[in-house]
Design a binder for this molecule. Structure first.
Ligand code: UDP
Length: 327
C-alpha cells in the first residue's frame, strides 16, 4: 500500500474515476464529499468521509485520521450556466472550500496536491490552440473561481512550500469501460449525457445552444477527453510530485476540437440511433471555441489521450444503458 490519498469530490464523476485508478495503483483513496452533487454509491474503492470542506474542524480530523500522502482536489461546483446565474455561490463554495483545504494541508504537513482546474480559466481567445501560457481571461464565475484557486495555490507554494500539479481540463466525457462508475449529474447539463438521454428517450430532444457562432457549422467547438485518459494524467501528476519535481500546470485535452453537431453525429454513429435536435439560443457564459495544446503534458508527463470521441461515447453509452445508476 502506497498510502492514503484524500480525494475531495470522490463521490462525483471525475473523482470516482480517480478513486478507482488510485486503488488500482496501490493507494487508499479516501473520499471527502458532502454528497451535495456526488453519490454515496459511487464511493466503491475506499472509505467515505462525509462532510463539507467549509467545515475546517471536520477536515482537520480527517487529515489526522488518515495522514494522507497527497490530496486530489475535485470537489467544486462546476456548472457554467449556474455560475452565470448565481456567481456568489461559486465564489463562496469553491473558494471557501479551497482555502480550508490548503490550510488543513499546511497544518497536517501534507505538501502534495493535484488540483482540478479548467480550460474555462482561459475564456474567449482568438482561434488558437491554447497552451498553458495563454492569458487567463475567464468569462464566467466558474472559470474565475478556478483561476482564483490557482492563484491561491501559488501563494501557499511560496509561503508554505505546498507543491501542486494543476490540470486544466478541457471537456471530460466517457465512463469507466467496465461501467462500474460513470457520469451522472442532477440536473444534467453536459452535452454527451444529454445526447444519450435524447437517444434513449429519457429526454424528448437535445437543444443545440447556438448555431450562429463563428465556426464552420455555427456551433461551439470543444476538445473532449476521456475520463480514463484524464485520470491517467492525475496518476502521472501524483508520481511527478512524489518524485520531487515540484509544482506545475498542465492542460489536458486532445488538441482536436469537435463542434456540437459533430458530437451529435458521433453519437448517432456509435449508437445507430438518431438524435432529435432543436436549434436554440446561445447559452450565456459559453465560449466559441476551447481547444487545448497539451504538448507540455506529453513532453513532461509522457501523457497522451489514447481514447477517441467514439470511445468516450461508446463507454458513456454502456454506462447509460445500465440505467440503475439513476438514483
Ligand atoms: N451544449 C448544447 N446543448 C446542451 C448542452 C451543451 O448545445 O444541452 C453545448 C454547449 O453550449 C457547449 C458544449 O455543448 O458548447 C459543451 O457543453 P458542456 O455543458 O458539456 O460543457 P462546458 O463546455 O460548458 O464545460
Amino acid at each position: 500500500m502506497s498510502g492514503a490519498v484524500l480525494v475531495t469530490g470522490g463521490a462525483g464523476y471525475i473523482g470516482s474515476h480517480a478513486c478507482k485508478a488510485l486503488k488500482a495503483a496501490g493507494y487508499l483513496p479516501v473520499t471527502c464529499d458532502d454528497l451535495s452533487t456526488g453519490w454515496a454509491d459511487a464511493v466503491k474503492f475506499g472509505p467515505l468521509e462525509e462532510g463539507a470542506l467549509e467545515d475546517r474542524a471536520w477536515l482537520d480530523a480527517v487529515f489526522d485520521r488518515w495522514r494522507p500522502v497527497a490530496v486530489m482536489h475535485f470537489a467544486a461546483l462546476s456548472d457554467v450556466g449556474q455560475s452565470v446565474r448565481e456567481p456568489g455561490l461559486y465564489w463562496r463554495r469553491n473558494i471557501a472550500g479551497a482555502v480550508n483545504l490548503l490550510e488543513a494541508m499546511v497544518r497536517a504537513g501534507c505538501r502534495h496536491l493535484v488540483f482540478s482546474s479548467t480550460c474555462a480559466v482561459y475564456g474567449e481567445q482568438d482561434g488558437v490552440l491554447l497552451d498553458e501560457n495563454a492569458p487567463r481571461r475567464p468569462i464566467n464565475a466558474y472559470g474565475a473561481s478556478k483561476a482564483a484557486i490557482e492563484d491561491m495555490i501559488g501563494h501557499f507554494a511560496a509561503t508554505h512550500g505546498l507543491e501542486a500539479v494543476t490540470f486544466r481540463y478541457f471537456n471530460v466525457a466517457g465512463a469507466d469501460p467496465e461501467a462500474e462508475i460513470g457520469e451522472f449529474h442532477r440536473p444534467e447539463t453536459h452535452l454527451v449525457p444529454l445526447v444519450l438521454d435524447a437517444i434513449s428517450g429519457r429526454r424528448e430532444t437535445l437543444t443545440i445552444f447556438g448555431t450562429d457562432y463563428d465556426t464552420p457549422d455555427g456551433t461551439c467547438i470543444r476538445d473532449y477527453v476521456h475520463v480514463v485518459d484524464l485520470i491517467e494524467a492525475h496518476l502521472a501528476g501524483l508520481g511527478w510530485l512524489r518524485a520531487g519535481r515540484g509544482g506545475a500546470v498542465f492542460n489536458l485535452g486532445s488538441g482536436r476540437g469537435y463542434s456540437v453537431r459533430e458530437v451529435i453525429e458521433a453519437a448517432e454513429k456509435v449508437t445507430g440511433e438518431k438524435v432529435p435536435v432543436i436549434e436554440g439560443d446561445r447559452r450565456p457564459g459559453d465560449c466559441t471555441r476551447l481547444v487545448s495544446g497539451s504538448r507540455r503534458a506529453a513532453r513532461e508527463l509522457d501523457w497522451r489521450p489514447r481514447r477517441s470521441l467514439e470511445d468516450m461515447i461508446a463507454d458513456a453509452w454502456r454506462w447509460h444503458q445500465r440505467g440503475d445508476y439513476r438514483r
